[in-house]
Design a protein around this ligand. Structure first.
Ligand code: SF4
Length: 334
């Protein structure tokens, strides 16, 4: 059972006014705590360098979320919703949150969940069509749930909605506590998968492939709508073999019921100058995921696979996916 005990907690001064704040203080009563003005500006953290990245991830920040502004989205949801956490305790070498938060991508928990849910329900029920809200674009809510039980609370609360769906991606397998909830079909969970070699060497601190496959089967059995994110695809030297084996493992490990209903999303990796700088200092012995030959820079510090390789890659993945899953929907491939 996954259990995160932070080395230090930084907290904003009003968090104990909230029920969840009180619970977290009780749960971590023996952990040293430092009061801060704002979770966005922690002096002690600002003084750290890239080499401290792993240590910084062992801290927990507790505050309230001030901005609840939704961002329109065109992939699998209508809106990206700022929700109960940002950052994560894991350390995927490509983590997209590092682009937004730099080395400050440690786990932040926001205790004003009632306020966030109120807006979510109100927005869902204002529209006369079924909107999809992505609530997990800033963190991993399955991981967060092991600390706060927020996902259980969220699924229960949102099941009361007359309209709309919530959706979230995850790289973790700790789904047992959400299996028996009466979700009313309003929650969509997308489990991200990668070859075991990549999970071990790149997705540091996340769940193993076997556990994720089990989680997919259990979620399907529990009546959730479930997607599989093959993401991000990293074009290592032997990537074709790795991803072929991954799809084969999925085919062998998924239940018949899961194979019938899962949909796919496929994302090739992007990378950035900031991630490269942090990884080279914090993980000097890690495998190299940036490729000068295969990638191109955009001028804003972002790297993408060159079109030629990306097009070939997409073709290869779709072909392989069709071999094992000929009838499942591919929502998008980017
Ligand atoms: S699990 Fe997700 S949020 Fe956490 S480090 Fe990996 S990519 Fe980032």
């Amino acid at each position: 059972m996954y259990s995160f005990i932070p080395e230090k907690i930084y907290y904003e001064k009003n968090v104990e006014d909230y029920e969840l704040g009180k619970q977290l203080f009780e749960k971590y009563k023996d952990v040293p705590k430092i009061q801060i003005e704002s979770h966005n500006n922690i002096l002690e953290m600002r003084q750290k360098s890239n080499i401290d990245f792993v240590k910084m991830k062992k801290s927990l920040i507790i505050g309230t979320r001030k901005s609840l502004k939704y961002v329109p989205n065109k992939k699998t949801s209508d809106f990206l919703v700022p929700y109960t956490s940002s950052g994560c305790t894991a350390m995927c070498l490509y983590c997209y949150l590092v682009c937004n938060y730099n080395k400050y991508s440690y786990l932040r928990l926001f205790v004003n969940r009632e306020q966030m849910m109120e807006k979510l329900l109100k927005t869902a029920n204002t529209f006369d069509r079924e909107l999809v809200f992505e609530i997990g674009s800033n963190s991993d809510l399955v991981l967060e749930n092991t600390i706060t039980s927020n996902l259980e609370w969220t699924i229960n609360e949102f099941s009361k909605s007359k309209n709309g769906y919530i959706t979230l991606p995850t790289k973790f397998d700790m789904v047992d506590n959400i299996l028996n909830l009466d979700h009313k079909g309003r929650t969509i969970i997308r489990v991200s998968v990668n070859p075991e070699y990549i999970i071990k060497h790149v997705e540091i601190g996340t769940s193993k492939l076997e556990g994720r496959i089990r989680a997919i089967n259990d979620l399907v059995e529990a009546g959730y709508r479930v997607g599989v994110l093959v993401a991000p695809i990293i074009m290592l030297d032997n990537w074709k073999q790795l991803y072929h084996e991954l799809l084969e493992k999925l085919y062998d490990g998924l239940s018949e019921k899961a194979k019938k209903i899962i949909f796919f999303e496929i994302i090739f990796m992007s990378y950035s100058y900031v991630q490269n700088a942090i990884n080279s200092e914090a993980f000097p012995n890690a495998i190299q995921i940036y490729s000068k030959e295969l990638m191109r820079g955009t001028g804003r510090g972002k790297y993408y696979y060159k079109n030629k390789y990306l097009d070939e890659g997409k073709e290869y993945i779709v072909e392989n996916l069709r071999e094992f899953f000929p009838h499942n929907i591919i929502e998008y491939i980017v």
